[in-house]
Design a protein. Structure first.
Length: 459
């Protein structure tokens, strides 16, 4: 495959200070060599070596920037092409100047978004799933999500999908033999074998799908609904957590007319906070829309912060809601602890365990630490399996896994129904194809383009 040579600023994630200008393609070495003043010519340099020197402006001969240049000859590079990386540290303007000089060289043009990764994929260096993980890496919103995305980029998930595919290939091979040599009369044995293989593949798919939820949590944040009667301090809590004043805070019950969303990170845990209108019967139309949305938000929430007022006795609707939330992940926040006690704490404890009750005074900024540690405990104890960081977090992967699972289920059912083996083969093949699509083997051009157009420039 003949390519032109591409270049872009490609700053490593999390390393703000240094910028890397990455150049990849057949002219990478011959194009950079004349503008790089150093002890050694890049053309003579060994692969995987680093060289100190200066980028010079070829028209004036002036030094543009002091740099370290890394040389990687293909195919042992990220893109499998010749790659030259220019490490500059002189700030944005200097880096931009270096890039300008690089782009003046014959045959070198600006990379399109995601083009480096696309080349790596097209040259067989990484599979499609790893490529998508790079997108997640760029987009990940928290450190935790970052490490999941990185693990995925390293191919942990690819490995599991490949093993899964191997199981299906063995199955296909078995069926093939049976079709080619029917006189062997192994039909009965084959049926049992098909069921066994399919079941073990389904079990593995289920394991992966189970992580899908957790992956979603890490990427999009834990959906957290703040609920409670009007005036208990929901919006104030939201403001405290976000330290902005986007939610309206007033003394009039029912002012929070709509659901307000904010993304925050507490102890490194990403939360998508939803401030909701009080969930209660109402005749006010505008408020009712808010109440409806609150109910939806409550339905979808991964975590519920149920706020009560220490200065008010428990109401009937509070009791109903507490009863309703019994089996959910809920933290009961007793707010307004600065005011006199009118709430019976013992009664609240009949609905939820002591560990999930947090006393706060949002007004006096008391109790935030307790809330944070309660959330971390719930998160790390309840939802995450330690050291298993293989997550399926991508919608496309999830639907392909489900499709593969369906094909395998169809195959099992077909064996029970006594359907001929060559028909069952079609199910097995389609499971194999769905899994392959996750890895990118069967990916058509349009799918590839769709995925790579999501990339940031320079990756
Ligand atoms: P929401 O309707 O549940 O969203 O309640 P708001 O956040 O709008 O608060 C209602 C009122 O309670 C406001 O006047 C707040 O200043 C007040 N408030 C919130 N938290 C506290 C608290 O911890 N102590 C006291 N005394 N007042 C509070
Ligand atoms: Zn409010």
């Amino acid at each position: 495959m003949v390519h032109d040579t591409i270049a872009a600023i490609s700053t490593a994630v999390g390393e703000g200070g240094i910028a890397i200008i990455r150049v990849s393609g057949p002219q990478a070495i011959s194009g950079i060599d004349p503008i790089f003043k150093s002890k050694i010519s890049l053309k003579d340099a060994d692969t995987h070596t680093v060289h100190y020197g200066h980028i010079i402006d070829p028209s004036s001969g002036e030094k543009v920037e002091e740099v370290l240049v890394t040389l990687m000859r293909g195919p042992r590079s990220f893109t499998a092409e010749d790659v030259v990386e220019i490490n500059a540290h002189g700030g944005v303007i200097a880096v931009k100047k270096v890039l300008d000089v690089v782009l003046q060289q014959d045959g070198i043009r600006t990379a399109e978004p995601g083009e480096f990764t696309k080349r790596a994929f097209l040259n067989g260096r990484i599979d499609l799933m790893q490529a998508e993980a790079v997108i997640d890496l760029i987009r990940s919103k928290s450190d935790r999500a970052f490490s999941v995305a990185r693990k995925q980029a390293e191919g942990a998930l690819s490995k599991r999908i490949k093993a899964l595919r191997q199981t299906v290939i063995e199955l296909l091979a078995h069926i093939e033999v049976n079709i080619d040599y029917p006189e062997h009369d192994v039909e009965e044995m084959t049926s049992a074998y098909i069921r066994e293989q399919c079941q073990s593949a389904i079990a593995e798919i289920d394991k992966l799908l189970k992580t899908a939820n957790e992956g979603k949590i890490l990427r999009e944040g834990i959906m957290t609904a703040i609920v409670g009667r009007p005036n208990v301090g929901k919006s104030s809590l939201m403001n405290m957590l976000t330290q902005e004043n986007k939610a309206i805070v007033t003394d009039i019950p029912g002012t929070t007319r709509d659901v307000i969303e904010q993304f925050v990170t507490l102890n490194g845990i990403p939360l998508r906070l939803l401030d909701t209108a009080g969930i209660r019967e109402t005749s006010d139309v505008v408020e009712r829309i808010g109440v409806e949305r609150s109910k939806d938000a409550l339905q979808d929430a991964d975590l519920i912060l149920f706020v009560l007022n220490y200065n008010e006795p428990l109401g009937e609707e509070d009791r109903q809601l507490l009863e309703q939330l019994k089996d959910r992940s809920v933290i009961v926040i007793i707010n307004k602890m600065d005011l006199p006690a009118r709430l019976d704490l013992e009664e609240v404890k009949r609905f939820v365990s002591k560990d999930s009750i947090v006393k706060m005074s949002v007004l006096q900024e008391q109790g935030l630490d307790a809330l944070e540690s309660t959330i971390s405990e719930m998160f790390f104890e309840g939802q995450l399996e330690a050291n298993d960081l293989t997550y399926v977090s991508n919608v496309r992967h999830i639907s392909l896994l489900k499709r593969a699972r369906q094909s395998l289920t169809d195959a099992i059912e077909a064996t029970h129904a006594g359907i001929p083996i060559d028909v069952i083969q079609i199910d097995a093949r389609s499971a194999w194809e769905s899994l392959g699509e996750i890895l990118g083997d069967e990916a058509g051009d349009s799918l590839i383009d769709q995925i790579f157009s999501q990339f940031c420039l320079g990756k």
